[in-house]
Design a protein around this ligand. Structure first.
Ligand SMILES: Nc1ncnc2c1ncn2[C@@H]1O[C@H](COP(=O)(O)OP(=O)(O)OP(=O)(O)O)[C@@H](O)[C@H]1O
Ligand SMILES: [Mg+2]
Length: 220
């Protein structure tokens, strides 16, 4: 489902060159729940962003669902991302001016050929899955951190992506809320979504099928 071949990423500024990833090869099978762990600055987010086509490698090949992503134009990539991938982040990235339902519906507005009514239905269904049907008309500032992350998960899942990418999804939450999020992700994985999750927390990683340890841009 996801194949990386000898991925290298160098960030160049005027003064310094940072070798964030130094030859990563990796396969994630359909239905897996994989965690990525390692010290701060070892390249975890860079790796996840490259898998998510949010960033491009300096060298190497990325194949997702049999498509080589480096061969795609920006426009093709945007469509591919919208249809195939869901993202969640440590800081939720909800839009403060939109209520919960509108936040969740947002990714669907970039798709064509589906009625407004159907989009709304899908957004409501997605919120039901994360247990937040009763908060649809609330705004992000009126929710707890755990609830915000659940809204972000509903938004990531609304388009039925085959892969969910999560960068420290429990990083801003206390342990109880973190546990709730991990339980939810485990359920989502059991229902068929492949998940790749970056985490600092070995307790969270224990819930996954496999842990990849990164050090200095390399797999240990
Ligand atoms: N846009 C950028 N420009 C220059 N250097 C960058 C850029 N993004 C990341 N880096 C560098 O690449 C390395 C890897 O960064 P990355 O964000 O992937 O680490 P990380 O493992 O996610 O760390 P953390 O656990 O703190 O989130 C770091 O040394 C970082 O400073
Ligand atoms: Mg990071």
């Amino acid at each position: 489902m996801i194949t990386l071949e000898n991925i290298k990423k160098v960030f160049r500024t005027k003064e310094v060159e940072t070798h964030a990833l130094s030859g990563i090869s990796l396969t994630v099978d359909k239905g897996e729940f994989v965690s990525i762990m390692g010290p701060s600055g070892c390249g975890k987010s860079t790796l996840l962003n490259i898998i998510g086509t949010l960033d491009t490698p300096t060298e190497g090949k990325v194949v997702i669902n049999n498509s080589e992503v480096s061969a795609m134009t920006d426009k093709q990539l945007a469509i591919f991302r919208n249809l195939t991938l869901g993202f969640i982040f440590q800081s939720f990235h909800l839009i403060p001016a939109l209520n919960v339902l509108d936040n969740v519906e947002l990714p669907l507005l970039y798709r064509k050929g589906v009625s407004a009514k159907e989009n709304r239905r899908r957004a409501e269904e997605s919120l039901e899955k994360v247990g937040l049907s009763h908060r649809m008309k609330h705004f992000p500032t009126q929710l707890s951190g755990g609830q915000c992350q659940r809204v972000a998960i509903a938004r990531a899942l609304v388009g039925a992506p085959s892969i969910l990418l999560a960068d420290e999804p429990t990083g801003n939450l206390d342990s109880k809320m973190g546990d709730e999020i991990i339980t939810l992700l485990t359920e989502i994985n059991s229902a068929g979504t492949t998940i790749v999750m970056v985490t600092h927390d070995s307790r969270m990683a224990e819930h996954t099928n496999r842990t990849i340890h990164l050090i200095d841009g390399q797999i240990l």
